[in-house]
Write a protein that binds this ligand. Structure first.
Ligand SMILES: Cc1ncc(COP(=O)(O)O)c(C=O)c1O
Ligand SMILES: N[C@@H](CCCC[NH3+])C(=O)O
Length: 420
């Protein structure tokens, strides 16, 4: 359940009419419901309450400091993949000892920063990274807690571009090598191996791939313990899918049950890294129709947001429900539209042949389920502004990132001496 509902024909975020926000901040903008963010975190926490669990919100899904702080205030940790995300998490008030750091390409300076910050753990994804981390941590007189991210060679049955657990994906250490690498790590300076991690992909709509990965993790923990090695943590990553359309997706409670069923007797601390499940349905992208253009074979609704603001449709052919801000009175007046942005690429298409109530220039529409991987993946292609993000709580709203205009972006550029 989210907190974006129609009241008297107008779409509200909690107790604020979205048209009111549009009037104040202009379109397009992202809007998040604090109550939905909180509710999703609580639902996930409830689902894993029977095990020792640290929930580390995957900051890549939504890195706005106000969003991270909302979750940190409920006790969330953070899963970060860059020093930039680490700095955001710290600024939002996430305690360092609740931050885990994943990613295949952490640089020396990033490792140095993480080691000095004293975060909970680094999820090591290759032997080369292990060697570098060992050197960096030892030089700082630190024994850095690590887990090895394992690639379990499991097909997550999700979009190929966001599947991460097959052996031909770049992520993690191949499961057939993991025990040997762990053994090696336990004799290295600067690192303290605590356990294993896996993350097989994002937007999983079937629990079976999770089960397969969990079983592989369990086998490996058994093997490591059999060798007398200590394993006290297992990080199960994120990946739980959410409904973008009417198809059902597994509930967090079912996922939690699966974890208990498969791994409940492991006697470890678990870490989870949910991103989409928490932020996805907590956000909308609101946009205005600029023109409605009839072509011989179809009608285009050209709107003021574009693929640079919400990349998911053009990148993954992802579906986002599109709804009007003013509930249509005549639902029998449905028409077919291609919803497109102003960018100079045909790929700048949000939806094809979408049945919507009649649209006119000036109408406001919203893309549902845009709170995860929306603003974080936006960019300034075609020299467009970065759009505002707004947070709603009850009957209040606040701009949590202002529009970053092109003038400001140009201020970051300079001419080489020989041109000035
Ligand atoms: C290592 C890692 N953890 C967590 C996540 C968050 O995934 P999701 O948003 O699907 O929960 C991702 C992204 O897929 C990831 O790569
Ligand atoms: N960016 C992707 C998810 C990738 C998850 C990152 N590991 C999406 O929008 O669905």
């Amino acid at each position: 359940m989210d907190h974006f509902q129609y009241k008297n024909g107008a779409l509200f975020a909690e107790d604020v009419a979205l048209s009111e926000i549009a009037k104040e901040v202009g379109t397009p903008f992202y809007v998040y419901s604090q109550a939905t963010l909180e509710r999703h975190y609580e639902v996930f926490a409830e689902a894993v309450k029977d095990i020792d669990a640290t929930i580390c919100f995957a900051v890549k899904a939504n890195s706005n400091i106000a969003v991270i702080k909302t979750l940190a205030d409920l006790g969330a940790g953070a899963d970060v993949v860059s020093v930039g995300e680490l700095k955001r998490a710290l600024k939002a008030g996430v305690p360092a000892d609740r931050i885990v750091y994943s990613g295949v390409g952490k640089s020396r300076s990033e490792l140095e920063f993480a080691v000095q910050t004293g975060i909970r753990q680094i999820n090591v994804e290759s032997e080369e990274e292990l060697e570098l981390l060992s050197e960096v941590a030892a030089a700082h007189d630190v024994r850095m807690p690590i887990v090895l991210r394992v690639n379990p060679d499991v097909d997550a049955k999700t979009h190929a571009k966001i599947s991460t657990g097959k052996s031909d994906n770049k992520f993690g250490i191949d499961w057939t090598r993991a025990v040997e690498v762990y053994q090696r790590a336990s004799n290295m300076a600067g690192v303290a191996p605590k356990g294993l991690a896996c993350h097989i992909g994002s937007q999983l709509t079937d629990l079976e791939p999770f089960r397969a990965a969990f079983r592989r993790m369990k086998e490996m923990v058994g093997e490591l313990r059999g060798l007398g090695l200590d394993v006290s943590r297992v990080d199960l990553g994120g990946g739980l899918g959410i409904p973008y359309d009417e198809r059902e997706t597994p509930l967090p409670i079912e996922y939690g049950k699966l974890v208990v069923e498969e791994l409940g007797d492991l006697n470890v601390e678990f870490e989870f890294e949910p991103g989409r499940m928490i932020a996805g349905n907590a956000g909308l992208l609101v946009s205005e129709v600029i023109y409605v253009k009839k072509a011989p074979s179809k009608t285009f609704a050209i709107i003021d947001s574009a693929m640079n603001d919400l990349m998911r449709p053009s990148l993954y052919d992802a579906y986002h429900a599109i709804v009007p801000l003013v509930e249509a009175e005549h639902v029998d007046d449905m028409q077919s539209y291609d919803i497109v942005g102003p960018i100079c690429e045909t790929g700048d298409t949000f939806a094809k042949d979408r049945q919507l109530t009649r649209l006119e220039s000036g109408d406001l529409i919203a893309f549902r389920t845009s709170g995860a991987y929306g603003a974080t993946m936006s960019n300034t292609y075609n020299s467009r502004a970065l759009i505002p993000e707004v947070m709603v709580k009850g009957d209040k709203f606040a701009v949590i990132r202002r529009r970053i205009e092109i003038e400001e972006q140009m201020d970051m550029e300079s001419l080489p001496d020989w041109q000035s």
